[in-house]
Design a protein around this ligand. Sequence first.
Ligand code: SF4
Length: 240
Amino acid sequence: MPPQASANLSVSDRVLAGLSKLSLVMRHESWRSAGQRGLTPTQAQILSILAGSANPIGPKEVARQMAVTLGTASEAISALVGKGLVRKATCQSDGRAIVLTLTPRGRREAEHAGQWPASMVDAVDALPEHDRAALLRGLIGMIRTLQEQGSVPTARMCVGCTYFRPNEYPDTPKPHHCLLIDAPVADADLRIDCAEMEPAAEEVRPRLWSVFVNGQTLDNQGPGHRRSPSKSRRTIHVNK
Ligand code: SF4
């Protein structure tokens, strides 16, 4: 693109061009790393999904989380079963449903599959902390919009979680609060895939979001009221 044309691009165009370059690197690295282990990126992704699921899930849920067709997911699952990495079993609560579990070897492979490409880790780590947190906020906003449009599967993010209390402590390094761990959280602590996330009620989610982006605090009126003091401190297991 000639320099003049590129200078005329809007900020949105340049953000999208940047995301496109990053996604090229991610795609290339996923093929390379999964290929080295005899997997396709789809198979590697399924191993990660199964490793990160709090409860056993079946092929339909795998397809939903990956935003692919059931046929594509089923084909990759069959290949993983053939490789001895995944087992199919009958669901205990519904005898007609199939659930998927990782074999011990599948669990080991899932650990590798869940690792981000080193070049991308270095690139993110090279950012100043403030930029990293700002980037995370921006990405969360984009994912949320895509989720609302139905373009990506539901993500288990803080901003839609019943335990999230945005801006409880304005003008502090950790302005938000997670009721589950009963502790303040910074922008940089916000989760995109938290295993403990409980979706907030439909009427609460827009309010949580608006309060979060506008830097306000929840009041005690209406849904999603401010936190009430809790004595319990629980540990939380979260994914990246
Ligand atoms: S850390 Fe997990 S449980 Fe806490 S608010 Fe975020 S998504 Fe919810």
